[in-house]
Design a protein around this ligand. Structure first.
Ligand SMILES: Cc1cc2nc3c(=O)[nH]c(=O)nc-3n(C[C@H](O)[C@H](O)[C@H](O)COP(=O)(O)O)c2cc1C
Length: 389
């Protein structure tokens, strides 16, 4: 059953939605089960497009030992198609099914096109500036387009470029690198906490920018992401001009989250001192739990960076446009991100890379259904209090 709230609905294309977005989480952390169940409640569920074959035994069997990029890419498109269709089936026409595609991924255009063909309601692009998204999706005018950006400068660049093509984003996700999980929209590790990323600064600056560009403020909803974990924050952010909130970590650990239960426990049990930022091989800062693998890697990082040099992709997948390990970029991470994220999805606590935001979780260590999470954030219904009655 769809949930309700007293907050104004989020309007995307012609849909009225709960003002909650479940952020896309790769590899495989947000697939059809999570996205479908969030959408079923009337909110926005997002599938992460990258390397979804990992959820399909038949496709994995064909490619696990293969170094044939063409084959791996082809089965990943099959997996993406299956995941979108399965999510839409769970959603039953409620909410919205979005697909997250990272600009930094080599198969970005193919993932965008497949998502549109398979019936995604929205495409959300982060980890780079999606200047060409309007052209890529020109044949699918009903698909909502949402760039993920972190500061007013990035928003201005996208708006000006897209306006030249007579297109506006259907909403903008503003992700604060100080708190968010995964890849962060800051130039380097030293700028992650820069005050110009604060929600208040970006929301105010964006509304001013809209005025300068002659865009009515209600035309492009602003969705804020990073560190949101209680209804008071949600209320405050709506008061500052946000139209919806996006959460990642809290959805990753929900009952319906598509990862192994060990994955969820690594995230829920992490203490503030266990959460670190470091350079990813994608050349962006990233935030994750300092597990055994990450700790060992960070101990060796300087040495590995000193030896960086171009080489073949270690798994033949060439998943990134630019990879610090393959391309020998010394200032970037020196590990295979797809391999480490694949371990995490399967619950391999020793070898996995576990992305996580910096802030506490709404329900502490508890793994609860997405319905309770959304009801808590929007309607202040606290499941622990309900259970104790
Ligand atoms: C495990 C995990 C994987 C993520 N992967 C992606 C991704 O592939 N693409 C993306 O744009 N954002 C990714 N994110 C970021 C989320 O979509 C979301 O914007 C962010 O986590 C919000 O911050 P929060 O975790 O503090 O709520 C990921 C987050 C997590 C926790």
């Amino acid at each position: 059953m769809v949930l309700n709230t007293a907050f104004p609905k989020l309007k995307l294309k012609n849909k009225l939605l709960l003002p909650i977005v479940q952020g896309g989480m790769g590899v495989g952390i947000s697939a059809h089960r999570l996205a479908g169940n969030v959408a079923k409640l009337g909110a926005v569920g997002t599938i992460s497009s990258v390397d979804l074959r990992r959820h399909h035994a038949d496709l994995m069997e064909q490619t696990e030992k293969s170094r044939d990029k063409t084959l791996i890419d082809a089965v990943n498109l099959i997996a993406l198609d299956r995941e979108i269709k399965a999510a839409k089936k769970i959603a039953g026409g409620n909410g919205m099914i979005a697909v997250n595609v990272m600009r930094a991924v080599a198969e970005y255009s193919a993932y965008v096109k497949q998502s549109c063909e398979s019936g995604a309601d929205a495409i959300v692009v982060g980890a780079g500036l999606p200047m060409d998204l309007p052209e890529l999706t020109a044949d699918y005018p009903d698909v909502a387009l949402l760039p993920i950006l972190s500061d007013v400068r990035g928003i201005a660049l996208i708006l000006k470029k897209w306006m030249r093509r007579n297109r506006l984003p259907d909403a903008i996700v503003i992700e604060n690198p100080q708190y968010a999980a995964g890849h962060l929209g800051a130039a380097g590790l030293d700028s992650v906490n820069d005050p110009h990323f604060a929600f208040s600064v970006v929301l105010e600056g964006t509304l001013k920018l809209f005025q300068e560009l002659g865009i009515a403020s209600e035309k492009i909803p602003l969705i804020v992401a990073g560190g949101i974990h209680n209804p008071q924050q949600v209320n405050e952010l709506f008061g500052m001009g946000a139209s919806a909130v996006q959460l990642g970590t809290a959805f990753a650990v929900s009952e319906e989250g598509d990862a192994h239960v060990n994955f969820k426990q690594v995230l829920t049990r992490a203490q503030p001192e266990d959460i670190v930022t470091f350079m990813s091989c994608a050349g962006l800062p990233a935030r994750a739990v300092k597990t055994q693998w990450l700790s060992n890697y960070l101990d060796k990082e300087v040495k590995l960076q000193g030896k960086a040099g171009p080489k073949d992709c270690t798994v033949g997948f060439d998943c990134l446009h630019q990879c610090g390990l393959r391309d020998g970029i010394a200032k970037a991470g020196q590990f295979c991100i797809d391999t480490q994220l694949g371990f995490a999805l399967k619950g391999d606590v020793e070898r996995g890379l576990f992305f996580r935001g910096s802030e506490p979780l709404p329900f502490g260590n508890a793994i609860r259904p997405v319905r309770e999470l959304i009801d808590y954030l929007l309607n202040r219904v606290n499941p622990t209090l309900v259970a104790a009655r």
